[in-house]
Write a protein that binds this ligand. Structure first.
Ligand SMILES: Cc1cc2nc3c(=O)[nH]c(=O)nc-3n(C[C@H](O)[C@H](O)[C@H](O)COP(=O)(O)OP(=O)(O)OC[C@H]3O[C@@H](n4cnc5c(N)ncnc54)[C@H](O)[C@@H]3O)c2cc1C
Length: 463
């Protein structure tokens, strides 16, 4: 049962951020009951939407003084329940902290507020011939603050690496409202321990990032995009292994399975993928023009040798967008199949992909569940998408049992329980699969150093 906020506390928060930016009305709180992990829903006591570091600091000072838990929230696209509220907690959202504070093209750096949408940063840096490399498939909605907290990846992180490689400085508001600054000025070297590195991936448990300095990259001179079509996922999996082991360095290698192709093609996002294909592989190379055609030819040969029925190649930017469409719109299209979707996230050694995918199909059959796969194949980062209806309690329980079995399977072949979506609430129970008690205690202590009172995002990551 959600507790209401004491009127005097609500009034103090309104005095800091303005009365329109403290939400306490139950009908408006519904929008904040869950993130992208819709299986879990809890209404918070209130949502506070500050605009500046100073406001965040004052808000946290009030909440800390009252002993009220704080749940940081960006766009709420997280898939592990990281921004799931607690019934006695208050969400501090960054939707109004959406300013790009500076773009320094000479030093290839940008400083942004945490509520800036990922794709907006790339758009803003385009006139300088630059872009922001980490590109989660949710990049048109997710925020830089969420990306930092989850250490997010994306299709092109195969070549370019995940968020931690790009964050060079942070302004952080601690649980008690204290403002601290880590790193900055694009410097690689930390004076002492690397606090920026420690903070990235802390899932809202260490503090609220209110200013983020990131490294930008120059736009690649050229790009080549291929779509490999296969009869089976196993054949596509073999092509991935062959491409990587041949020494090629694609920017992205993404897989879409048959169930997903059918869903996309039946939707408004239809991308022209053949619906009888068992799997599609989107492969992209970028860099200096010289050599790109050779790379694309070699990748095509790998696909054909692994049994591809067809390999298409984009001849223009418009065609490139078309080849990517079936991958990029996959999640949206799945809404046609079932009301709810649990996007699982695990990583396995690339060479184990074919056997793991075959076993995941069997697990789906054993539990009577529809599982569709769309994922970052190049780095072995699986996303089995379990489709279900959360109103059906029996189905929900089967989803949870199947998830645990998939996680156990991935760990048993040398993988781990998350690639990029974080632990949040969803994976907390799986942590003992990959950490012993000593390691878990280290994580608890690291958390304590930043938040001794345990008020920031309690119940997430590790208990
Ligand atoms: C369709 C779809 C595709 C996706 N594809 C990818 C993908 O390719 N790669 C990938 O990595 N992820 C992907 N995701 C997951 C998600 O988009 C990322 O985790 C993203 O970084 C979350 O950003 P957000 O702004 O929505 O954060 P939220 O969901 O609001 O929050 C995520 C976590 O960050 C914390 N947080 C938010 N802002 C701050 C802040 N300023 N300071 C401290 N903590 C904060 C929250 O407490 C929470 O723990 C996808 C999600 C969807 C729905």
């Amino acid at each position: 049962m959600t507790q209401t906020l004491v009127p005097t506390v609500a009034d103090r928060l309104r005095a800091i951020v303005g009365s329109d930016h403290v939400i306490t009305q139950p009908d408006r709180l519904v929008a904040y009951e869950s993130d992208g992990l819709t299986a879990y829903r809890v209404a918070p006591r209130a949502v506070v939407l500050p605009e500046t570091t100073e406001q965040v600091s004052k808000v946290l000072e009030v909440l800390h003084g009252e002993g009220i838990d704080v749940i940081p929230r960006g766009a709420g696209t997280g898939l592990s329940g990281g921004a799931l509220p607690s019934s006695d907690g208050v969400i501090v959202g960054t939707a109004r902290m959406n300013r790009i504070l500076s773009i320094d093209d000479q030093n290839r750096l940008a400083t942004v507020q945490p509520g800036v949408i990922n794709a907006r940063l790339t758009k803003a840096t385009e006139p300088y011939g630059l872009y922001y490399a980490p590109d989660p498939a949710s990049q048109s909605a997710c925020t830089l603050g969420g990306n930092v907290a989850e250490n997010s990846g994306g299709p092109h992180c195969l070549k370019y690496g995940v968020t931690s490689r790009y964050v060079t400085g942070l302004t952080v508001v601690m649980a008690d409202g204290e403002v601290v600054r880590f790193g900055g000025a694009g410097l690689e070297a930390a004076a002492g321990l690397d606090l920026v590195g420690l903070f990235v991936g802390s899932e809202g448990c260490f503090g609220i990032a209110t200013e983020i300095e990131v490294r930008l990259l120059p736009k690649a001179e050229g790009v080549r995009t291929l779509l490999g079509l296969f009869d089976t996922m196993a054949a596509a999996g073999h092509a991935v292994t062959d491409i990587i082991s041949s020494g090629l360095m694609p920017a992205a290698v993404e897989i879409v399975d048959h169930a997903t192709i059918v869903a996309v093609e039946a939707s408004v996002f239809a991308a022209g993928y053949p619906t009888d294909a068992g799997a599609a592989l989107v492969i992209e190379f970028d860099g200096t023009e010289a050599g790109l055609d050779d790379d694309a030819n070699r990748a095509e040969q790998c696909c054909l040798a692994a049994g591809a029925i067809e390999v298409r190649r984009a001849a223009s930017e418009e065609e490139r967008i078309g080849l990517w469409k079936g991958r990029k719109k996959a999640f949206g299209a799945m809404g046609r199949i079932a009301p709810d979707l649990l996007v699982q996230d695990a990583t396995v050694p690339r060479t184990r992909l074919p056997e793991v995918l075959a076993r995941i199909t069997e697990i789906g059959e054993e539990y009577g569940l529809n599982i569709a796969n769309v994922f970052h194949a190049g780095d072995g980062n699986l996303h089995p998408n379990i489709l279900f209806d959360r109103q059906n309690q029996d189905e929900l329980e089967r989803v949870e049992r199947a998830s645990r079995e998939i996680m156990t399977l991935c760990v048993s072949v040398g993988g781990t329980i998350t690639g990029e979506h974080g632990v949040g609430i969803d994976k907390r129970g799986y942590m003992p699969l990959v950490h012993n008690e000593v390691e878990l205690e280290m994580l608890r202590r690291a958390r304590w150093v930043f938040d001794p009172g345990g008020n920031l995002n309690p119940g997430k990551v590790v208990q």
